[in-house]
Ligand binder design. Sequence first.
Ligand SMILES: CC(C)(COP(=O)(O)OP(=O)(O)OC[C@H]1O[C@@H](n2cnc3c(N)ncnc32)[C@H](O)[C@@H]1OP(=O)(O)O)[C@@H](O)C(=O)NCCC(=O)NCCS
Length: 195
Amino acid sequence: MNQMDGTHHIKTDRLTLRPLQAGDAPRVHAILSNWNVVKMMRPVPHPYTLDMAEDWISGNAAAADIDIACGFALLVNENLIGYIDIERLENGASGMEGELGYSLDEPYWGQGLITEAGRAILTHAFNDKGFDRLTSGHADDNPGSAKVLTKLGFHKTGQEKVWYIPRQCDVTRIAYRLDRSTWRAGKRQGGWKKP
Ligand SMILES: CC(C)(COP(=O)(O)OP(=O)(O)OC[C@H]1O[C@@H](n2cnc3c(N)ncnc32)[C@H](O)[C@@H]1OP(=O)(O)O)[C@@H](O)C(=O)NCCC(=O)NCCS
């Protein structure tokens, strides 16, 4: 099940997605202090401080207020286990584009949770927020993220070397894209379940 309620919460079978809030900073800090998580996050410094988590959350809230981002905490039984967000990139002649990002606390990997959250935020982005296309990407040594994006219906568009702040080196990043029309066609065919 995936439904919005009046307070911008989205409920899926196992998760509640609710807007990130200031009190989430200690959990976000804990999750992004794990090297196995942060090494995959291109723009996130390591070590990651509590101040950085607070700044990121307040920036996200400010961006949400003017509708250029939406970031959700992922909750299981009130416990924050990760986040998923979309940042608006452009709104030009070719339509509105956003970039999808996500991270999950390591004990929760491999249970299909980001795929479940991803399906919910795609519905929100394409049906409620008016995005025409989403992009995303992952480091070439992150096969779990590759699988998530493929299961969500994204297709590869290329690759390039980019600077990964936590690793302090260039890493090959695989780029992906999903258009609203492709997403709708996939849903009509029963969803993007198989890679
Ligand atoms: C990448 C990440 C978000 C995936 O979340 P998740 O909830 O574990 O993903 P899902 O369970 O929905 O799907 C992952 C799939 O990849 C597979 N997978 C995971 N690690 C893998 C690996 N090393 N090699 C091959 N497949 C792998 C899983 O088995 C699963 O496959 P399945 O659908 O057949 O069961 C999570 O591992 C994470 O937060 N990692 C650290 C931060 C990060 O990488 N963020 C994204 C940056 S692009």
